[in-house]
Design a protein around this ligand. Sequence first.
Ligand code: C5P
Length: 224
Amino acid sequence: SRLPALSGKTVLITAGPTREAIDPVRFLSNHSSGKMGFALAEAAAKAGARVQLVTGPVNLATPAGVERIDVQSAQQMHTAVMQRASAADIFIGCAAVADYRVAEVAEQKMKKTSSNDELTLTLVKNPDIIADVAALTYQRPFTVGFAAETENLANYAKDKLQRKKLDLICANDVSSKEQGFHSEHNAITAYWQGGELALERQPKISIAHAIIELIANKLTQKRQ
Ligand code: C5P
């Protein structure tokens, strides 16, 4: 009988949102549920891989056989990923990483004052985790990104594939409530250099199995 598609492979996955502290009781974040990243971790584990899942705060159970690393901020996620990326065969960036963080986190809870009707927060750019993984020159994993867009899906996704030097990008249309974000369903088109594959609306776990199969096929082709 054949070995599972990813036996002997190490897969590193990011999932969920990040939280960027404003002060000890407040943060900036987004609506990512982590479901797609957790589904990918489950599918990769079932395909025989060793799976490390670096996740922001989510309300999800860890899939069987998956090593989970909990983080809060983009900077923590970046550190956790860069420590492990070179030992991975495959990196899948599924997290909705906050693009910006607060420049100076207040040490104490910020107070509203009667004199200030406006408050300005200065934000600074977070590291682009997947771009840093894809830029590794020594022991670079096969790198897969996600693109959530509300318009111009194909163009933005193909642009991101080039710009971040990814091997594969999975684009999903988040303009519809029927898929993406907190939904159990997703519809994705995967793009790579010279090809694409459309995966119609289906449960996230079956989308995940299809993506893992596609990645396994691409890895095999690379070796030939
Ligand atoms: O540019 P955009 O944020 O749309 O790209 C999305 C892809 O990049 C996803 O794979 C996401 O996980 C990854 N990303 C990242 N670090 C960031 C921003 C995005 O790894 N700071």
